[in-house]
Design a protein around this ligand. Structure first.
Ligand code: 2PG
Ligand code: MG
Length: 433
């Protein structure tokens, strides 16, 4: 049959940090080929699928020989001869064979590359772009992007404690317009850094390296950059932060903001961010507390979750069960969907479906270690997630995804609908009207 898997190949390629990563290729009997590359995070939740690395001295321990061998050996033997359209079956076969909850044996980097490669092959066999294959004729929206201006935390030598200082343009009428506004803000941010003698290059996701004296200074500089761009903060452009607070908690439930020389308990940490929410045009907050602080996540939700999007990343790790447990505790209103956190396309889709069933928002996200792979632009669109996060507005591993979204928008023609404010949970969206 045309869609029968004829071969699965794995190879080592390199990511945007110059580290090894796994590429997988799935070839079908009908001649179609799908390919995908595993991304890699720097700020990672303990409950994520395991990124299998070789350890030892070579490549600083980051080698992926074992994961690549798993693709070429065990995974290939499992999948050859199966129908590529049975994504759930392929993913289940890999997770069953792995035998662990977090894909520690075969490697989440091996399974995610193969899972996405199979999906790309299935779309290729049908001769349609991946987003259209996933949409299956349903009406889907072009996602609202959140785009980084300053990058900090684990992506910039912890120069600031807060990891991502981003902007969102939910009132733009197309993604093209959202990009144009963001490009103005990004340029203004660079000019501001230059004028204040703070221009020091780019962080891991392409945002300006954050030479600031405090976390609040970075926030003030972001507001100033929006003003300098000629667009209106709190009208055309809103602020989105990924606190990535997991990185601030060394396991004792205390949050250390090194740059501010401050240490907070959970309640004080929630109040630290709540104070910023009151004073800045902030529309979205990710991980204001650490992966095990569900009570803190619920407290943040009570304080400002009716007006502000509250995203769980390290705390939810693209896991449907964890999404449902958080919702049961009234914690959060949005989930970050990272396919490699889940380890397979099916598990990631289950987390997205769980969030939709709860009336939550969903943001399909890249990792800080990325490549030219643009699959997530298609997933965010084809799954009708509503939002996408890729990093900044520079460096081609980021721009490749943004540019792919422009192509998708163009391909949709008159049918293209930009998600804009509709991408948020209902109460947050209502506040924008
Ligand atoms: C995050 C991601 C992307 P990383 O925390 O949301 O910004 O970072 O890939 O390092 O986990
Ligand atoms: Mg995050």
């Amino acid at each position: 049959m045309k869609t029968t898997i004829a071969a699965v190949r794995g190879r080592q390629v390199w990511d945007s940090r110059g580290r090894p990563t796994v590429e997988a290729e799935v070839a079908l009997e009908g001649g179609a080929i799908g390919r995908a590359i595993a991304p890699a995070g720097a700020s990672r939740g303990a409950h994520e699928a395991i990124d299998l690395r070789d350890g030892g001295a070579r490549f600083g321990g980051m080698g992926v020989d074992r994961a690549t061998a798993a693709v070429n050996g065990e995974i290939a033997r499992l999948l050859v001869g199966r129908d590529v359209r049975d994504q759930a079956g392929l993913d289940q076969a890999m997770t069953d064979a792995d035998g662990s909850a977090n894909l520690a044996r075969l490697g989440g980097n091996a399974t995610v590359a193969v899972s996405l490669a199979a999906l790309n092959a299935a779309a290729a066999a049908e001769g349609v772009p991946l987003w259209a294959y996933l949409a299956q004729g349903r009406k889907v929206r072009i996602p609202l992007p959140e785009i980084q201006i300053f990058g900090g935390g684990a992506h910039a030598g912890r120069r600031t404690d807060v990891q991502d200082f981003m902007v969102m343009c939910p009132r733009a009428s197309t993604i093209r317009e959202a990009f144009e506004i963001t490009a103005d803000v990004f340029r203004a941010g660079g000019r501001l850094m230059e004028e204040t003698g703070r221009l020091a290059g780019a962080a891991d996701e392409g945002g300006w390296w954050p030479m600031f004296d405090s976390n609040e200074d970075a926030l003030a500089a972001l507001l100033k950059s929006i003003e300098m761009s000629g667009h209106r903060p709190g009208e055309d452009v809103f602020i989105s932060l990924d606190v990535a607070a997991n990185e601030l908690d060394s396991g004792d439930g205390r949050y250390r903001m090194g740059l501010d020389r401050a240490e907070y308990g959970s309640e004080a940490m929630v109040e630290r961010v709540a104070d910023w929410v009151r004073r800045y045009p902030i529309l979205s907050i990710e991980d204001p507390v650490s992966q095990d602080d569900l009570a803190g996540f619920a407290a943040a939700t009570r304080q400002y979750g009716d007006k502000v999007q509250l995203i769980g990343d390290d705390i939810l790790v693209t896991n449907a069960e964890r999404v449902r447990a958080a919702a049961a505790a009234s914690a959060g209103n949005a989930v970050l969907v990272k396919v490699n956190q889940a380890g397979t396309v099916s598990r990631a889709k289950a987390a997205l479906d769980a969030s939709k069933a709860l009336g939550w928002a969903a943001i399909v996200s890249a990792r800080s270690g990325e490549t030219e792979d643009v699959s997530i632009a298609h997933l965010a669109t084809g799954w009708d997630a509503g939002q996408i996060k890729v990093g900044s507005f520079s460096r081609s591993e980021r721009m490749a995804k943004w540019n792919e979204l422009l192509r998708i928008e163009e391909a949709m023609g008159a049918d293209a609908v930009f998600a804009g404010a509709s991408a948020f949970a209902a109460s947050v969206a209502a506040g924008l009207r």
